[in-house]
Design a protein around this ligand. Structure first.
Ligand code: ADQ
Length: 477
């Protein structure tokens, strides 16, 4: 019989960092690329770590397994739970509420019950693999009840939670019929990390207003069986693997590919680029509208200017996403019908996912990157774009409703709701003289280089270690 292993660091996220892919030799697990996985790899390089999450397929969970020095512990989700907990409560109730109700949030008690059930299952499985006194790092809005559930089962562990998306103002959060349970779930943690200062403040305010908690600055005091406990909520903005991505972008094959892309686009004077999950929060419709009006006004025109919009398929079974896709595709069709010439479409629309190398090449091929979300926790695309511009070329148009706006001060800032203003910002990004653009780009790159994903993970874990457990204990940065 094998003894069960436990770990000093346990990560819990809705998804495991692997996907099952079919090969001629049968199905194998492949690491999903992404900043979170890179960051966790780096923090786990000097300690034993486990990751608890869903493996991506309905039904029974595969047996736990080791992958590149990490112990992966799959959590089972039935087809019905995927529908109710994931597509329903997480993506059709919480996601809209946490993103300014850009589309109406839908409330269903059966979705909430599934959310409770799945969070309980995650908590139990985290406790199975957590060593005595372990650090447990829970990720994102799908697992907000997990901190309190883990604490109940395992008061010995340290619990942190990081919110990848915005935390809404109390006036919006208050709509949630289960608002108190969610706040109490989160308050099971020792430390809560958010993307922006405003998100942490929104959380603290919600605790004060909605459950009458005592708050002071970044802390919320909660009473439990052991007396009073203090929970800290502060901003630790996420970032990307700057060095890894820059190295990739400098590879000759990637640079050649960037040139090839421009050539296939007909060597236009200006390439505009958008890269997003096809999500209503990303402001794709507003971007297309601004672009269409610029074409109508005759300010820009193909083949001199072209726009490439990469829209990754996302949450395709949720109604609001189906509607968005229909609308975006109709708009692209209309713009191309009216403004394209043979061989030079006004919009290149790509509803596909690409490997990292292709993304890096696309970023290098683009003169102006359009990041125009109506609300976004951070927006890693903005940081990836500037990282890939090791030539200091290019320009970033960035919405003030992203977390990235609070760090990337030298971007061409826009309010995507203001179509006139957005049009002017795009034109400014295209026309600003090259030496100013290079200066801005250098400053943007410096910021991301100094605040990369490894630094984010270190800061989070330091804050978790130093979070006050009881009143009067010291706090970290
Ligand atoms: P997302 O909403 O998914 O993340 P974002 O931060 O932009 O948004 O990350 C998307 C990632 O997917 C980027 O790494 C991007 O390169 C990649 N990507 C996009 N389209 C792609 C394509 N077609 N092919 C391949 N890769 C593609 C959530 C929050 C954000 C927050 C992150 C991290 O909504 O606000 O920044 O988590 O915390």
């Amino acid at each position: 019989m094998t003894t069960r292993r436990t770990y000093d660091l346990v990560i819990a996220a809705n998804r495991l960092p692997v996907d099952r892919v079919s090969t001629p030799e049968g199905s194998v697990w492949r690491r999903s690329p992404g900043g979170l996985v890179t960051a966790m790899d780096s923090v786990m390089s000097d300690r034993e770590g486990a990751w608890v999450g869903w493996a991506g397929e309905p039904g029974e969970a595969p047996a736990p397994f080791a992958d590149k020095g990490m112990w992966l512990h799959p959590v089972a989700l039935s087809a019905e739970e995927i529908q109710l907990y994931y597509e329903g409560f997480s993506n059709d109730t919480l996601w809209p509420i946490y993103h300014d109700v850009i589309v109406p949030a839908r409330f269903h008690r059966a979705w909430w019950q599934a959310y409770e059930r799945v969070n309980q299952r995650f908590a139990e499985q985290i406790c199975e693999v957590a060593a005595p006194g372990a650090k447990v790092w829970v990720h994102d809005y799908q697992l907000q009840l997990v901190p309190a559930l883990v604490r109940r089962l395992r008061p010995d562990v340290r619990i942190g939670w990081f919110d990848h998306i915005p935390f809404p103002p109390v006036e919006l959060f208050a709509q949630l019929p289960w608002r108190a349970q969610i706040l109490e779930g989160l308050l099971g943690a020792d430390y809560l990390g958010f993307q922006r200062v405003a998100d942490a403040q929104n959380f603290v305010r919600a605790c004060r207003r909605l459950i009458g908690a005592t708050t002071k600055g970044e802390t919320v005091t909660v009473a439990d069986e052991a007396g009073q406990r203090v929970v800290r909520a502060s901003a630790v903005p996420i970032s990307i693997d700057y060095r890894g991505l820059e190295r990739l972008a400098k590879e000759p094959a990637v640079q050649e590919r960037a040139e090839e892309i421009r050539h296939s686009l007909g060597d236009p004077g200006v390439v505009l680029l958008g890269v997003d999950r096809l999500d209503y929060t990303k402001g794709i419709r507003h971007r297309l509208k601004a672009y269409e009006e610029l074409l109508e006004d005759g300010v820009i025109s193909p083949p001199d200017v072209t726009f490439v919009q990469v829209a990754t398929p996302s949450r395709e079974r949720v109604e609001a996403y189906k509607e968005l896709r229909t609308e975006v595709e109709r708009t692209v069709g209309r713009i191309n019908g009216t403004h394209s010439a043979i061989g030079s479409p006004a919009v290149h629309y790509l509803h596909q996912s690409y490997p990292r190398e292709e993304m890096a090449a696309l970023f290098q091929a683009a003169d102006v990157m359009l990041v125009t979300p109506l609300r976004d926790g951070m927006n890693l695309v903005a940081k990836e774009y500037v990282t890939c511009r090791h030539d200091d070329g290019g320009a970033l148009v960035l919405s003030e409703f992203t977390g990235a706006y609070h760090e990337l001060h030298q971007a061409f800032v826009c309010n995507p709701h203001d179509i006139e203003g957005l049009k002017q910002t795009i034109v400014r990004a295209v026309r600003t003289d090259e030496s100013s653009r290079r200066r801005y780009m250098r400053a943007l790159r410096r910021r991301v280089a100094d605040h990369d994903v490894q630094r984010w993970a270190d800061r989070f874990l330091t804050n978790l270690e130093q979070a006050p457990q009881r009143p009067g204990t010291a706090t970290a940065s």
